[in-house]
Design a protein around this ligand. Structure first.
Ligand SMILES: Nc1nc2c(c(=O)[nH]1)N[C@H]1C(S)=C(S)[C@@H](COP(=O)(O)O)O[C@H]1N2
Ligand SMILES: [Mo]
Length: 417
């Protein structure tokens, strides 16, 4: 016990520093949790297309994901990913500040202490697991041998449970610690004048503190600066224009090329295995509804009323971009198919395999006046990579459901009338 305690000698460790990092996490982590749960709703669990599909009551109360404001998913998904990344230095700072506690010995002294340690295990293990799986997913590397969505979703609930318990237990300590010394004075204290806090009941303060190698201002600044740096390197992926190039952490699409089709591509036409002869003059759009089937070629679609809307594509990996799309309103296609008031619509791609080859849209997502089967973008035909001859674009719809290379739309009527 003694040898371990003596090896933690930083005079910075103590309730105050832990409370400062803790406050930042207490404010920001609920936002990450809530935006994550909102995103689950955005994926349309009522159509079994939010993963994992079976979550029991471990979800927000069901509601229809709205189409307005059109930037809704751009903000929820962007916040989830960006904040998740930005908080990494704060999490590391917080862990450093309580490190001796994690090596408490003997590990179990009483039932209460055993429970506290179990909570800590789920708390620390949980946040590290969520960060690791989230980061790997953004980088498209599914190295783990399990399903990302399932792991990240249930991992989130385990972490959230431990987080709530931890906050309930520690909140009084946090308030006392913050009140114990004025924030401004702490930050003005130089390294030489840095003194350890008085011994605390949690044993965060070192029993034999060494000299300070950095001031508290330095420790807070290091974490804050790290968070800021990550923010600067990440936020660009949610912005359009030249600032996008600052998104050095964006694995693809930072410099997507010139011209009206020069914006990020998630999956190229080649990667999707869609061949040029499938998208050429022989391409037909199949509409199904009410037991009937009809086909339209691209010139027939261009002959219908065209509508233009500036709408974002927002990908689950965090990047987003807003472009001006032109095409046929989905509700016009529904009417054409003989189902003017559909309950839902299943869109299928020419793509043969892959999770993203089909998506179900809810009634409000078909009927929104800006919901389009886009044929053109920024005044020109869609490029092959962006979904030529036709793709779906709907306000506030997750990017993954904006199906490219559309082959068929199947409108379901309402059973109740
Ligand atoms: N058929 C098909 N459509 C698709 C995909 C796909 O893999 N196949 N990827 C989706 C995803 S995950 C996103 S984020 C958007 C990206 O659109 P973009 O490549 O035109 O930017 O397309 C969506 N449409
Ligand atoms: Mo995506």
């Amino acid at each position: 016990m003694d040898t371990i305690e003596r090896s933690w000698r930083s005079p910075l460790r103590g309730p105050w520093l832990t409370a400062v990092y803790g406050t930042a996490l207490l404010v920001a982590l609920p936002l990450v949790i809530i935006t994550g749960l909102l995103d689950y709703v955005a994926y349309g669990p009522q159509f079994d297309q939010a993963f994992p599909t079976d979550v029991g009551w471990l979800r927000l109360p069901a509601f229809d994901w709205p189409t307005r404001p059109s930037w809704l998913f751009r903000v929820t998904q962007g916040l989830h990913v960006t904040l998740g990344i930005v908080l990494i230095p704060v999490v590391l700072g917080k862990l450093w500040s309580v490190l001796p506690k994690l090596f408490d010995w003997p590990p179990v002294r009483s039932l209460a202490q055993a429970l506290e340690r179990l909570t800590l295990l789920l708390l620390v293990g949980g946040i590290l697991f969520q960060i690791a799986t989230g980061l790997l997913n953004i980088q498209y590397s599914y190295v783990f041998g399990f399903d990302f969505y399932t792991a990240h979703y249930f991992g989130a609930w385990i972490f959230t449970g431990a987080f709530v318990a931890h906050v309930v237990i520690k909140f009084p300590r946090l308030v006392t610690a913050l009140r114990s010394r004025p924030f401004g004075a702490q930050l003005r204290t130089s390294r030489a004048a840095t003194r350890p806090e008085p011994p605390d009941p949690d044993g965060l303060v070192a029993t034999e503190p060494g000299p300070a190698t950095v001031s508290r201002r330095g420790a807070v600044g290091l974490v804050g600066g790290g968070a800021l740096l990550l923010a600067v390197l990440t936020i660009g992926q949610s912005l359009d224009g030249p600032l996008r190039r600052t998104a050095l952490l964006l694995p693809r699409g930072r410099q997507p090329g010139p011209g009206p089709n020069g914006f990020p591509v998630n999956r190229t036409v080649a990667a999707a295995g869609v061949r040029p002869e499938q998208t050429g003059a022989g391409w037909r759009l199949t509409l199904r509804g009410g037991g009937r089937t009809m086909t339209l070629d691209r010139s027939a679609l261009l002959a219908m009323a065209q509508h233009t809307a500036a709408l974002p594509i927002s990908c689950v990996e965090g990047w987003s971009t807003r472009q001006a799309w032109t095409g046929v309103r989905l509700r016009d296609l529904a009417a054409r198919a003989g189902v003017p008031d559909p309950a839902s619509a299943r869109v299928s791609s020419l793509e043969r395999a892959g999770l993203f080859r089909t998506a179900v849209l809810a009634s409000n997502q078909v009927l929104d006046p800006d919901a389009l089967l886009a044929l053109r973008v920024n005044g020109v035909d869609l490029s092959p990579d962006h979904g030529y001859p036709a793709r779906v674009i709907v306000p506030a719809l997750p990017g993954v459901h904006c199906t490219k290379w559309v082959a068929e739309i199947d409108f379901q009527g309402r059973t109740d009338g």
